[in-house]
Structures are given as structure tokens and as C-alpha cells.
Design a protein. Structure first.
Length: 438
């Protein structure tokens, strides 16, 4: 631990880092589709959700091959945010050229996604009792995401006199926040490269060794289910904001932040339920919630039934926590210390990398098929649209329950907010891939 500052001062800076890290992500990620649709690019809104997983695939290689070996983590973190902030501030000026706009968003995401792992690396290095102290610091990231949504809906919109989500201001907010975080990063405690001088293996970074060691039919079923569930997950991230706009919601970003609030609440229940249900039925419960969420959206669409829509968003805590966080616990319990970091990285690569990449393209193609060149999708067709991910998730649920028969020890489970790797003291974030917010 760095002894140059009192522990409370260090923790305060780490908490501020986490807050800003997820504030800048939440500001653009839940609004960019509405902005693009307002600019006449409604049939291209899946592309930001395509370049993000492309960056998630690249990030572990960047961390393992470059950041972990040659440069202090806080300096890489700061430079990436400064470059990313400049790119995001540039993006709105290119909105009339969709190709350049998407390419700049790709550049921003290539800068941003490695910082997720770097932020955890910086925090873990400074904490003596990581399992107890890290969740308290990490939860400020969840707060940052929520505050971003509230600020856009309840501060920017009244100031601008229009719906802020339909303007470039959330992107500007991201850019400004990234620049502030980039400058702030150079005040963080020094975190030297953890793997300086160590041999590098692309196989280990990609998780090939972990895949071979953990290989079993149930493990393959789990990975397949996780990958497939990212297809309806991509539909949620991309099109819920457009759905909210179509059904008359005004505070779109704030409404979507209810999903992050529910994540925190259900995270507190997970240790108790895990002991009672075990990994299989925790995972299955998460999948059931996915089916119910999309069914609620489908049923709510024709009459814009508010409680169904809000209820579907609130189910996001179960959808995400019970499947993805439980999945990380499952991977943790199955792993040995030698491949634990690789295994967590493999899970992230399969889900938020490959799975979300496929999901964004599939969901975009389905949506554009319904849109058929129109600017707005009628409510009746939103109903048809949401039944597709509901049915898809139901099929994955049935196959998972039928073919997954693995068991793990239900005791001594450590759960941390927003999908961070359990037993964090044994899993350096830079080795575990890219932790994500849902």
C-alpha cells in the first residue's frame, strides 16, 4: 500500500475515481441512441453498441501486453481518459457523417474500455483488506452511473428547455468528465506496472489455458448460455431508450438508472439466496427475469403502461446480478489460483466482447427489419419486437436448465457490487479482463 497519504485520503480519491469512471460511461451509453435517432440516424443506433464490445475484446490484450508491463497504471489511465475525452468532444461535430461519427466512437471506446481494468488495478494496489474495502469504493461507480442519468434528465433538460437525451450534450458531458478524470488521475497514488519483466503469452491473455482446464459439458453449456443471453442484453441496452421515448417517457436517462438502483438492492440479497438455491437456480432465476422483463415491455407497448415498463427496467438488477455476477462466482469456484485471472477474463471476453458484438448486430438487424425505413417504430410493432428477445431468452433458459448439472460449494461466497470478480484479493483486475457495469 502507498504510504504517502493517509488511508482515508487514499480511499476518498479512489472513490472519486470510481464515481467519475462510471459517470462518463453512463452519460453517453444510455442516451446516444436517442440522440442519433433525433439526427435521422435511427437505423444506425446499434453501431455504438457494436464498437463498445469490439473495444472490450481488445482491452484485455492491451492491458496484458502493454499497460501491465511498461507504464504506471495511473499514468496510462490518465492519458487514455484525456485522449478519449477529446475524441468524445469531437464526435458531435461529425454526426452528419455517420461513418466518421461511429469511427470516433470506436476510438473513444478503445481508450475507455482498458480503463475499467486499470481503475481496479489502481484500487487493489492501495487497499490492505481488498475484500472488505473494495466493494465500498466500487459502489461509488454505481452511484456515478445513476447520477449521470439524473443529471441529464433533471438538470440538463430543464436548463436546455428540451429533452437533453436528444441532443449532443450527454456526449459533451462525457467528454468534459473524461478530461476532468484524466487530469485527476495524475493525483492518484503511484501504481507501478505489476508484470514488468514477466514473460507474456497471448494464450493466457485470451484465456485459452483456463478454457482447457475448466472444460466440461456443464461449463460449455454455461459459456454458451452466457454468450447467447448477450443478444437480448444488447437489445436492452440499445433499444430501451428508444422504447421509452416512443412510449412518452421524458426523463429517459433517469428512468433507465432505476436498473442500476435495483442492482445494488439485489446484490445485497445474493449471498443469502446463493446459499439456498445454488449456482444453477441462481442462474436460472436471472434468465427467468430476462423473459419476464421483455414480456412486460411487449405487453406494455400498445397502451404505454407505465408500471409494466418501469417494472421491466427494475428487473434489471435480477437479470444482471443473478446471471452475470453468479456466473463470475461460478467461474471463480471452478478455477484454480493458476488460471483464476484468465478464467474471469475469458468470461468477460465471451460475454461483453464476442456476445455483445454479435448481439448488437443481431438486435440492430431485427430492429431495422421492423423499422423498414421509417423514422419511428409504431407501438404495436414494439410489441412484436420485444417478444423476440423474450422468446429467445426463454429458449436459452430451457436449454440451460436441461443440460447444466454442475455443482459448486455454496459457502464462503463473496459478492461485490456491479459484477466485479468475487474474491478480488486473488484476482488482479488487469488479469481478470474488463469488469463492467450493466
Amino acid at each position: 500500500m502507498n504510504g504517502t497519504a493517509p488511508p482515508t485520503a487514499v480511499k476518498a480519491r479512489l472513490s472519486a475515481m470510481m464515481f467519475l469512471e462510471f459517470f462518463v460511461w453512463g452519460a453517453w451509453y444510455t442516451t446516444v441512441a436517442v440522440y442519433m435517432a433525433a439526427e435521422g440516424l435511427g437505423d444506425l443506433t446499434h453501431w455504438p453498441y457494436t464498437v463498445n464490445p469490439v473495444a472490450a475484446i481488445v482491452a484485455p490484450f492491451f492491458l496484458g501486453l502493454v499497460a501491465d508491463r511498461y507504464f504506471a497504471a495511473q499514468k496510462v489511465f490518465g492519458v487514455l481518459h484525456l485522449v478519449g475525452g477529446a475524441l468524445m468532444l469531437l464526435a458531435p461535430s461529425l454526426i452528419q457523417n455517420p461513418t466518421l461519427f461511429i469511427l470516433v466512437l470506436l476510438g473513444y471506446n478503445l481508450c475507455y474500455m482498458p480503463t475499467l481494468g486499470l481503475s481496479n488495478t489502481i484500487a487493489f494496489e492501495q487497499l490492505e483488506d481488498q475484500e472488505k474495502e473494495f466493494p465500498i469504493i466500487r459502489v461509488f461507480g454505481t452511484v456515478g452511473w445513476i447520477v449521470a442519468g439524473l443529471a441529464i434528465s433533471f438538470i440538463l433538460s430543464p436548463v436546455l428547455g428540451v429533452t437533453a437525451e436528444a441532443t449532443a450534450w450527454p456526449l459533451y458531458l462525457t467528454g468534459i468528465g473524461s478530461l476532468v478524470l484524466g487530469v485527476f488521475s495524475f493525483t492518484l497514488p503511484d501504481t507501478p506496472p505489476a508484470a514488468a519483466g514477466q514473460p507474456v503469452s497471448v494464450r493466457s491473455i485470451a484465456g485459452v489455458d483456463a478454457f482447457k482446464q475448466l472444460g466440461s459439458r456443464s461449463f460449455y453449456v454455461f459459456l454458451g448460455a452466457a454468450l447467447l443471453l448477450c443478444i437480448p442484453l444488447a437489445a436492452y441496452y440499445n433499444f430501451t431508450q428508444l422504447f421509452l421515448e416512443a412510449t412518452g417517457f421524458e426523463n429517459i436517462a433517469a428512468t433507465q438508472s432505476l436498473g442500476q438502483v435495483s442492482e445494488v438492492l439485489f446484490m445485497l440479497l445474493m449471498p443469502l439466496l446463493f446459499v439456498r438455491w445454488g449456482v444453477k437456480w441462481m442462474l436460472a432465476a436471472g434468465m427467468v427475469a430476462w423473459v419476464v422483463r421483455y414480456a412486460l415491455f411487449a405487453l406494455a407497448a400498445p397502451e404505454s403502461v407505465t408500471w409494466m415498463i418501469v417494472g421491466g427496467i427494475a428487473l434489471h438488477g435480477i437479470c444482471y446480478d443473478f446471471f452475470f455476477v453468479t456466473g463470475q462466482i461460478y467461474v471463480e469456484k471452478k478455477s484454480t489460483p493458476a488460471v483464476r485471472g484468465q478464467a474471469q477474463g475469458l468470461f468477460v471476453l465471451v460475454t461483453y466482447g464476442v456476445g455483445m458484438l454479435i448481439g448488437a448486430q443481431v438486435a440492430g438487424a431485427v430492429y431495422n427489419g421492423f423499422l423498414s425505413g421509417r423514422e419511428v417504430l409504431p407501438l404495436a410493432e414494439w410489441t412484436q419486437f420485444w417478444w423476440i428477445p423474450a422468446g429467445f431468452a426463454a429458449i436459452v433458459l430451457v436449454l440451460f436448465v436441461a443440460f447444466f448439472h454442475d455443482r459448486v460449494d455454496r459457502s464462503a461466497v463473496t459478492v461485490t457490487p456491479e459484477g466485479d470478480a468475487p474474491d478480488a484479493s486473488l484476482t488482479p483486475a488487469s488479469e481478470a479482463g474488463v469488469p463492467v457495469v450493466s
